[in-house]
Ligand binder design. Structure first.
Ligand code: GDP
Ligand code: IMO
Ligand code: MG
Length: 436
């Protein structure tokens, strides 16, 4: 013990990468349990007096902590070309990636699913989801349809061929007859997948067993979510979601570590809200304040470079995240971005057709029509990036955090005041005490 789950509380890009990196030095394993290279986690590290920026997509952010074993769990979907590209990129920058473990049960994103992702979006037109185009949705669909390809299939060529043939028997109909695109050739797909097998072999493991044994030995395991609560396929703003379980419960199914072993759940909550892609967003701003947040917070996608939609803090969403994830600790990130505002609005509830909603409306249509009810909190002007204790923050910044804490219903244990590794205020230790 302990096992800690780290999730995003909003629509992603809350700063999960930075928070994971912060804990990386004190944990033994960091496990990615959902999603794939749709994620983009930025970590900024000070090296020899210079700030170095790392963007991680498929690999868990813990790979940047030298003593930590990075693990890709069974719940992840893996684009093998991206995996090796990312590993090569890190190795070239002097990061040791040799400890990486990859679940034998994780699913592979074959090239035809990238094609299907893109053409499906084109086909949907106005109703598109705004996916990252990485083949995530079609690969999870294949998994559920039982026509997916798993890592372990790379080591049984006849089985691999059989599975690719079975998948393409169906998929090529869709590609050629519905989408009018080139059908995929079984031989080409099999050859490409096999070309990765030898290099991958030493990394492939029964990761559920490895993690279970690590916990038995008293080691610490951190589960790092991709995406976030409102992008979760079951609990998010469906259909404008990703195709995996990004909430804390996903850490169990996505890794093979049971719920009884989880000790704490840390949720990352940006001091305002952003969203990439389509879908409802009650506090979204289409005015100068939205532009202020985008510019000051550098809100452009790590994966696709798309400008992020920006809006005020929504504590209905925060409260929902607390309940769905069983949050024990929040990390509020990017508080520094709110510096310089006369007042800082915080959404406390919604108005839907004249009816007040204090919780997420059960009906998605109501959520699409929700108007935020704001509480205006006084702003602050002082630069807070050098603050390292809660007491050093200006009184109004402290009051903002305390009011948000009250509204979301779980304690705020850390506050981000800048992108750097050390630009953080810790109010309570994020790593739970070792159970006796
Ligand atoms: P993730 O997907 O949740 O890991 O988040 P991203 O890395 O996509 O986006 C978060 C961005 O905010 C990154 O560029 C981080 O470097 C940056 N960041 C994280 N915490 C803070 C903070 O407290 N203040 C500021 N200004 N930037 C931060
Ligand atoms: P991190 O881990 C923000 C969004 C996409 C799209 C929807 C579905 O960096 O927080 P997909 O390609 O997953 O089928 O796209 O989900 N999305 C993200 N938005 N941050 C992410 O990851 C995201 N991963 C997917 O923009 O709206
Ligand atoms: Mg991101």
């Amino acid at each position: 013990m302990p096992a800690i789950v780290l999730v995003g509380a909003q629509w992603g890009d809350e700063g999960k990468g930075k928070a994971t990196d912060l804990l990386g030095s004190s944990v033994d394993y960091v496990v990615k349990f959902n999603g794939g290279n749709n994620a983009g986690h930025t970590v900024v590290i000070e090296k020899d007096g210079k700030r170095e920026k790392y963007a991680l997509h498929l690999l868990p952010s813990g790979i940047l902590s030298p003593n930590c074993v990075p693990v890709i769990g069974n719940g992840v979907v893996i684009d093998l070309s991206v995996l090796f590209e990312e590993l090569d990129g890190l190795e070239a920058r002097g990061v040791d990636t040799s400890k990486l473990l990859v679940s034998a049960n994780a699913h592979i994103i074959p090239s035809y699913n990238r094609t299907i992702d893109k053409v499906t979006e084109r086909f949907l037109g106005k109703r598109r989801i705004g996916t990252t185009g990485r083949g995530i949705g079609p690969t999870y669909a294949d998994k559920m349809n039982r026509i997916g390809i798993r890592i372990q299939d790379l080591y049984d060529e006849p089985i691999l061929r059989q599975k690719v043939e079975a998948a393409l028997a169906f998929k090529n109909q869709v590609l050629a007859k519905i989408y009018n695109t080139r059908a995929a050739a079984v031989d080409e797909v099999v050859a490409e997948l096999l070309s990765y097998a030898d290099r991958l072999a030493p990394m492939v493991a029964d990761t559920s067993l490895v993690l279970g044994q690590a916990l038995d030995r008293g080691e610490t395991v951190l589960f790092e979510a991709g995406q976030a609560t409102l992008l979760d396929v079951d609990h998010g703003t469906y259909p404008y979601v990703t195709s995996s379980n990004a909430v804390s419960a996903g850490a169990c199914t996505g890794s093979g570590v049971p719920p009884t072993r989880i000790d704490s759940v840390i949720a990352i909550l940006k001091a305002y809200t952003t969203r990439v892609g389509e879908g409802p967003f009650p506090t979204e701003l289409h005015d100068d304040f939205g532009e202020f947040l985008r510019k000051t917070g550098a809100e452009y996608g790590t994966t696709t470079g798309r400008p992020r939609r920006c809006g005020w803090m929504d504590t209905v969403v925060g409260r929902y995240a607390t309940r769905i994830n069983g949050v024990t600790d929040f990390v509020i990130t990017k508080l520094d971005v709110l510096t310089g505002l006369e007042t800082v609005p915080v959404c406390v509830a919604y108005d839907v057709g004249g009816v007040r909603h204090d919780e997420m409306p059960v009906n998605q249509t109501d959520f699409h029509h929700a108007t935020p009810i704001y509480e205006e909190l006084p702003g602050w002007w002082e630069d807070i990036t050098a603050c390292r204790s809660f007491e050093e923050l200006p009184a109004n910044a402290q009051a903002y955090v305390l009011r948000v804490e009250e509204l979301i219903g779980a304690r705020v244990s850390a506050i981000g005041v800048g992108p750097g590794r050390d630009e953080i205020i810790e109010r309570h230790p994020l790593k739970p005490a070792v159970a006796g």
